[in-house]
Design a protein around this ligand. Sequence first.
Ligand SMILES: *Cc1c(COP(=O)(O)O)cnc(C)c1O
Length: 379
Amino acid sequence: MITLKQLKQLGEKHGTPLFVIDHDELRKNYRQFRKYLPRVQVYFAVKANPDPEIVRTLYREGASFDVASMPEFMIVHENIKHLPAKQRQDWIWDKIIYANPTKPTSTLEELNQYKPLVTFDNLEEIQKIKKHAPNAGLALRLKVPNTGAMVELSSKFGASPGEAVDLILAADRVGLTVEGISFHVGSQTTNFENYVQALSLTANIFQEAKDRGYHKMNLIDIGGGFPAPYDSSVKPFRELAKVINTEIERLFPKDIQILAEPGRFLVASAGYAVSQVTGKAVRDGKMCYYINDGVYHTYSGVIFDHCKYPVKAFKKGPTQICSVFGPTCDALDVVSMAENLPDLQRDDYVYSVNIGAYSHASATYFNGFPPAKVVHVNR
Ligand SMILES: *Cc1c(COP(=O)(O)O)cnc(C)c1O
């Protein structure tokens, strides 16, 4: 844990905008996941935060990785190849899954040499994989309910349960092996029923595949979606884990391999943003603060991730409702229209917590303002 005092000192020392990653917190989140879901191998979804130091820390803990592009694949490959693994792993499926159902042919050609595990969800993709990455193993991405998730993913990807076994058999006919099923219940899923339904759909497909003569299914990838503790309304992880464990025990044989692709859960609480007030104005009777980080930068999750990050002051004092704006000239660059802040002066420091996922990862250089500098603590 880093204290607020340390956080402010980091801002003073390194300058702002600053993005702080606490590696103790990464390890704590990873260990919590493993403790409550001991049967599940963790494939960290790199897109949530692709910082190489995060990859290295999680690898040392025993994690594997979910990538969705060739550059992400190389971030993992380059950063783990010289590190000793905690548990013995058989390269490369045990360490990396390529979980983007639609892949460019050039990527498939590059991946083929690694005998990768890749996801797919349609006939066109089967033809492409057969032609450009015949060494790949396959997992069928299934469309499952995303009810109540903060970020919905089921409209873009996933075969419908009704066509699943037809697709599995089509892959089999061209000589590819479908190892199992993957799904994603939607990001920041607080509705645990989504996992229950997805596992039940998966069990039905395993049964139907068997009934139709396909006996090679041995893997379930339960995806991401595990909620980060943004506020007190998010139930503890152990409660969700209990639901998932019960369903897995009930529906599947003991020797089935189970993996998950948590992104947000592992990195959200490990990230902090520190910035400074660059200007202030009263507009329509409301105090407006301009800070040197915004929605084109560390607060990009406000736009892309439908996420809110309360901005807090280190300073104490009576508060009023304020607006907080980012540094660019775009009117979209609004961090918040309603923050409770004390009276702040130019150069005063402010911060946000739980901002490690889908934040710095989607920061841009828009308007000439570069992404925040990154510092790692407790590495
Ligand atoms: C984004 C993504 C993840 C990570 O999701 P979280 O909700 O951050 O856990 C996992 N798997 C796939 C295929 C994804 O696209």
